[in-house]
Design a binder for this molecule. Structure first.
Ligand SMILES: Cc1ncc(COP(=O)(O)O)c(C=O)c1O
Length: 393
């Protein structure tokens, strides 16, 4: 696990996380960047070799996703999750959010209602609004340090007319890995109320602590209304390679969505991305297991440190993703939370409010980095905590 523990200097590489942090947080300070969801880890060596090998060829012309690539993607999901993915279901695209945007265009009309479970990954709000659709906010219930779905509310909202649900599993930012029974109820409601289901499973390979990941593909009864969004980006630390793969079992639905993407001339992913993804899906499993163990240790490190030194901070049960969802309302910094973390602690994190009103006073902490960086950030946070909670027993 040593390789994940060695900090990699990403400054000056055009990294959004590192090189855009000052602009993002409007500061001149050097920040510890724990915000945007990529890791500081080097990709699996097999993927690095594949990219270098392809680069060596020197001709980088228009490329397509060949049969070998498609079979690697299907093979991964079948080996890892026993999903019975057929090669025809695999639709390579460049970017999950882009694909979701075009899915909204393909399956709904302006003014239609699209449901999301908030707090949620902020681009979901943007793509629903930017396509002129209406957001149906089905807030998750926050209880006992974790989140659950309010099925009654969901059903009421669906009865009132929802065309599409954009679902997120594992869930960003809460870190929930939805259980089979929970997914079954969601799929059941979508079937009953004729709601299309776009299941964003980009974090699927990062279910931690033995929490089993279940894909919506496991439920045949929803296949006619289902598109699943996957990517090697989060899994294998290659978000900058801009590769994603939709898995769409139903041929008509597939044509509707992919036709919309093709209409905008969105074709195969980047050629280096496909080389890296294929190599990682074929040979990156051991690397991933190692990465997951490191992330679990990082997660424990953060929870233990907070439990010991900042006990009033709420740590949401962390089941998957490399994002932790922390309740900092105890600091009483409403509206100035992230600004204060920047100015006083020198850390840049995801502001909970970006994920919806339910995120007020929360932060999303990216733990996909060397532990020494987390230790530094937590030490700085502790100083602020002591100052803000002084005098309280
Ligand atoms: C749930 C979720 N979906 C999609 C994305 C982005 O995917 P892409 O870069 O492929 O558009 C992210 C990145 O953080 C994410 O967390």
């Amino acid at each position: 696990m040593e390789r994940f523990d060695i900090p990699v200097d990403r400054r000056g590489t055009g990294s959004i996380k590192w090189d855009r942090a000052k602009g993002k947080f409007s500061t001149d300070k050097e920040l510890i960047p724990l915000w945007i969801a990529d890791t500081d880890f080097k990709a699996p060596p097999e993927a690095m070799e594949a990219v270098a090998g392809r680069a060596e060829h020197g001709v980088y012309g228009y490329s397509f996703a060949g049969r070998d690539y498609i079979s690697s993607v299907a093979g991964w999901f079948n080996r890892e999750y026993g999903l019975g993915v057929e090669e025809s279901w695999v639709c390579p695209t460049y970017g999950v959010v882009t694909a979701l945007y075009f899915t909204i265009l393909a399956l709904t009309e302006p003014g239609d209602r699209v449901m999301i479970h908030t707090p949620i990954y902020d681009p979901f709000y943007a793509i629903i609004r930017n396509t002129g659709r209406e957001i149906v906010d089905c807030g998750l219930v926050h209880e006992d340090g974790t989140y659950r779905i309010d099925y009654e509310r969901m059903e009421e909202q669906m009865k009132a007319g929802v065309r599409l649900l954009i679902f997120c599993n594992p869930h960003n930012p809460t870190g929930r890995v939805w259980r089979r029974e929970e997914l079954l109820r969601v799929a059941g409601l979508c079937s009953r109320y004729d709601v299309y289901l776009a299941s964003d499973e980009i974090h699927c390979d990062l279910a931690l602590f033995g929490n089993p990941f279940t894909s919506m593909l496991a439920f045949d009864e929803i296949h006619s209304r289902l598109a699943v969004y996957t990517s090697p980006g989060k899994t294998f630390s290659m978000t900058g390679l801009i590769v994603s793969n939709l898995l769409i079992p139903d041929p008509q639905l597939r044509e509707r969505i992919m036709g919309k993407l093709r209409g905008a001339w969105i074709m195969s992913p980047n050629l280096f991305g496909m080389s890296a993804a294929k190599a990682a899906y074929d040979n990156g499993r051991d690397w991933l297991q190692e990465e997951k163990r490191y992330l679990e240790e990082n997660s424990r490190f953060v929870s233990d440190y907070i439990g010991e030194h900042m006990p009033e901070i709420g740590v949401t049960a962390h089941e998957g993703t490399y994002l932790m969802w922390l309740d900092l309302n105890c600091l009483g910094l409403d509206g100035q939370l992230c600004g204060t973390l920047v100015e006083e602690c020198g850390i840049g994190v995801g502001d909970g409010l970006h994920y919806g009103e339910a995120g007020r006073g929360f932060i999303r902490l990216n733990i996909g980095c060397a532990r020494s960086l987390l230790a530094k950030a937590l030490g700085a946070l502790e100083q602020l905590y002591i100052k803000r909670t002084a005098g309280r027993s």
